[in-house]
Structures are given as structure tokens and as C-alpha cells.
Ligand binder design. Structure first.
Ligand SMILES: [Zn+2]
Length: 287
């Protein structure tokens, strides 16, 4: 009898341990961590230097020759931007909506796709905000809802809060347009920046309405691997190129930017990463 009881207790203990283990294994935070851990395996080794070499530039020199944009800047509570961050802001198609210059074409393509697929007009609730705007939002909405000035991506103009008539905020995901944006924005260079269950890492609850431009092929990579933008830069060794989906991607020191010497200048985009380095994205395949 005692033996039977001991066996039953051992069995219960084992089941308990398995359940607790499963709980941690399946918790979103750990899923994102594992996704980041396996993501670099999806990057193929990059440029074959035996074919041709690199030219070396400083950031200033490279800015004269290649496209420089702000698409890959990391902004969060840890990596803040100052009140004087020079966001490259333009007006979107005479609408009064201000956004970063590098996202306008991609946003136009995304919003026409939404119209085509769902018949709904995608609208922008909030786009570019200055440091002072963000301070005002914080004062009005409080720290549970609004970000501290310097930590909001809206200060870069790279993030848009989108909606359609009748479905804004958390309700956006409950309409076809919201589903379409959340499933397909990655094909247009955007990511859902604050996905479900990642608030411990991103600092924000799930925001299905907040899309952030990072450009191609970075957005596709982030979707395919399920990693967070917080983990993205860390996947790259400084000074090395990786290849993904018809692009070379390298992360370089600002004073020693290596660019394949056979690259066409119009295929190269350079963007600061907010961590002291720059990303170089080189299109290698005809799209
Ligand atoms: Zn937002």
C-alpha cells in the first residue's frame, strides 16, 4: 500500500514538473527568445570575397554616394533618441500626414493592397510626433498608455498607427483590413513592432495597429523567424555580410563601412541602427 502511494506521488510529481516546464517553454517571452536563437541560422553566409573585394568608406563618404535612410533605427526605453533627433519628415501625398521620407512609397503600396483586398481605406490615426508632441500625449494619456518622450518610434516618423472607419486601436485586428495588415505588412517593408506577449522585451503591450517600417528584406526576415526587432541587430557580426532573399545585409562600424566593389550604387541603402553601427543593405537579385 505504501509502495503504491509512493508511486502515485512520484507520478504526480513528474506530471507537475512537466506541466511547469511546458508553461515556461510555451510562454511568449521564451518563444521569442528561442526564435531569436534560431534566427541567425536562416541567414546564409554572404559576399564571396574571392570574386571581388570591398571598397571602404566612412559614413560621411558613403552618404555622398549611396542612399542613406533611417529605416533600421532601434528606438525603445533602452535606446532613446534626443529631442533634437533629425527625423527625415515629409508630408504624405498632400494629406497633412507627416511621415519619414523612406516609408512613403511602401505605405502607398500597402494601403492600395488593403483597398484591393478588402475594399477598405486604410487611414492613419497617428504618425510623426515631435518630442514635445510626445510629452503632451504622455501628459494627456498617462504613462500606462503613452511612451516617455525619447522612447517612441513615432518621433522617427517610421511608425504609423493605422485604422479603418469603425475599427481603430485594439479593434483593428477584428476587421479584414486589420487581419490583412497584420499578415501581409511584412511584404511591404513593415512589421508589427509590438507583437502579442512580447511586452517584457519591447516595453509595449500587443499593438496590432502600430506598424513600423524597417524595409525589405528585413521585414520578411523578422516575419519568417518570428524574432523581435530588439533582437535583430544582434544576429549580425560586425563587418560581415549575410545574404537573405536576394539581398546582402551587413552591419558595419560607421568609420569603416565595407561595400562590395561590384555593387551598383542605386542598390545600396545605409541606415544607422541606433546602437552605434550602420546596416548596409545591398540588392543583389532583380526583383
Ligand atoms: Zn503607435
Amino acid at each position: 500500500m505504501k509502495k503504491l502511494l509512493a508511486q502515485a506521488l512520484t507520478g504526480l510529481l513528474i506530471i507537475g514538473v512537466i506541466l511547469v516546464g511546458l508553461f515556461f517553454w510555451l510562454s511568449p517571452k521564451n518563444v521569442y527568445k528561442r526564435n531569436a536563437g534560431s534566427a541567425s541560422g536562416k541567414l546564409e553566409s554572404g559576399y564571396d570575397q574571392s570574386v571581388s573585394g570591398y571598397d571602404t568608406y566612412t559614413f560621411e563618404e558613403a552618404s555622398e554616394i549611396f542612399t542613406v535612410d533611417q529605416s533600421l533605427l532601434l528606438v525603445n526605453t533602452e535606446y532613446q533618441i534626443g529631442a533634437d533627433y533629425p527625423a527625415d519628415i515629409v508630408e504624405y501625398k498632400d494629406t497633412g500626414v507627416l511621415m519619414n521620407r523612406c516609408i512613403t512609397d511602401s505605405y502607398a503600396a500597402l494601403s492600395s493592397a488593403v483597398m484591393e483586398e478588402t475594399g477598405d481605406k486604410l487611414l492613419v490615426m497617428s504618425s510623426y510626433r515631435t518630442y514635445e508632441d510626445q510629452a503632451r500625449v504622455l501628459e494627456e494619456e498617462g504613462p500606462d498608455v503613452a511612451a516617455i518622450p525619447g522612447t517612441s518610434e513615432h518621433q522617427t516618423g517610421l511608425a504609423l498607427d493605422v485604422y479603418i472607419s469603425g475599427f481603430a486601436g485594439a479593434g483593428f485586428i477584428r476587421c479584414d483590413a486589420g487581419q490583412f495588415v497584420n499578415d501581409n505588412c511584412y511584404d511591404y517593408g513593415f512589421i508589427i513592432r509590438y507583437p502579442y506577449g512580447a511586452e517584457d522585451i519591447t516595453g509595449f503591450e500587443y499593438e496590432p495597429w502600430h506598424i513600423r517600417y524597417v524595409g525589405l528584406p528585413h521585414s520578411k526576415f523578422i516575419q519568417e523567424t518570428g524574432c523581435l526587432f530588439e533582437d535583430y541587430a544582434g544576429l549580425f557580426e560586425i563587418g560581415e555580410y549575410k545574404s537573405y532573399d536576394g539581398y546582402l545585409i551587413g552591419r558595419m562600424p560607421k568609420d569603416n563601412i565595407l561595400i562590395p566593389e561590384d555593387a551598383d550604387a542605386s542598390d545600396v541603402v545605409i541606415s544607422e541602427d541606433g546602437l552605434g553601427y550602420v546596416f548596409v543593405t545591398v540588392k543583389t537579385a532583380e526583383k
